[in-house]
Design a protein around this ligand. Sequence first.
Ligand code: PEP
Ligand code: MN
Length: 340
Amino acid sequence: MITILKKGTPKEEQDQLVKWLEEQGVEVDVSEGKYQTVLGLVGDTSNIDIDMIRMLSIVDDVKRVSEPYKKANRKFHPDDTVIDLGGGVKIGGGNFVCIAGPCSVESEKQIIGIAKRVKAAGATLLRGGAFKPRTSPYSFQGMKADGIELLLKAKEETGLPIVTEIMNENHLPLFEDVDVIQVGARNMQNFELLKALGKIDKPILLKRGLANTLQELLMSAEYIMAGGNEKVILCERGIRTYETYTRNTLDISAVPALHKLSHLPVVVDPSHATGRSEMVEPMALAAAACGADGIMIEVHNDPAHALSDGAQSLTPDQYDVVMDKIRSVKEALGTGVWQK
Ligand code: PEP
Ligand code: MN
């Protein structure tokens, strides 16, 4: 249920109403937006007399929210959420970020070399997998803690905040200095992991599961937010369809749909969505054109010899070209502030 307050409602009266609602056993999420203040009620609202609240002089309207996701719902928070990703870099509400780096961290030379190149191309965050969720147990599983150490070195050298994937909540202490924690597609519904991430104060890049609906993605975001961590970034990375030409099918319509349903920022990952390096550029441009808040691209110094996802990785030279074109699309549309 949401309660929309009348413009100019005195703070004391707002606080009194919040206190009274909390006494009814519900959690109240206050969203003070540009145009209105919305009180979002989470919990069992069945005993709350909606007509009584509607009649209060400070209340403009009261509505039941039928969707099962509440805190992630745009109705709860009409303004876009803006998240600080570290180093003053923001995402959401018109702030646009480019995340780039290898699928896996492989060596100090590799990650620092790529970090320098993607930074020069205009990337705002460095990505790199240290714990890798591989389909085969015989494939490279990542450099683990050593990989995170190398990402931190690359951050020190370049100043780029870092994004890396977590697979197990027991590894959380290793992520202390990581700026953004990624939850991969395969863990989107690892609810215990999501609950643990709900208790920390760090942005979470939540990837859509291979075969999950937008509502399921938003419910996973809700798990994190319900624990108190509202810094969730949604990521469309392609879903499994009957098409086999591409690794996945990029659901580009997820971007405007998620923007309508939710206030959370939306990033597009054209690398995992297509699995083919030659398709990364056109899909990245489509993402920029349809209003994504960020684009995450895999970049490798030597894709042919990458330890994971070489086929979808761009070389730094190719990334330079894509970034110039993304910039042109953003300029042509006049949308968003490019985060540096
Ligand atoms: C990744 O980002 O390298 C990754 C494993 O992505 P996804 O979870 O989308 O497959
Ligand atoms: Mn990858």
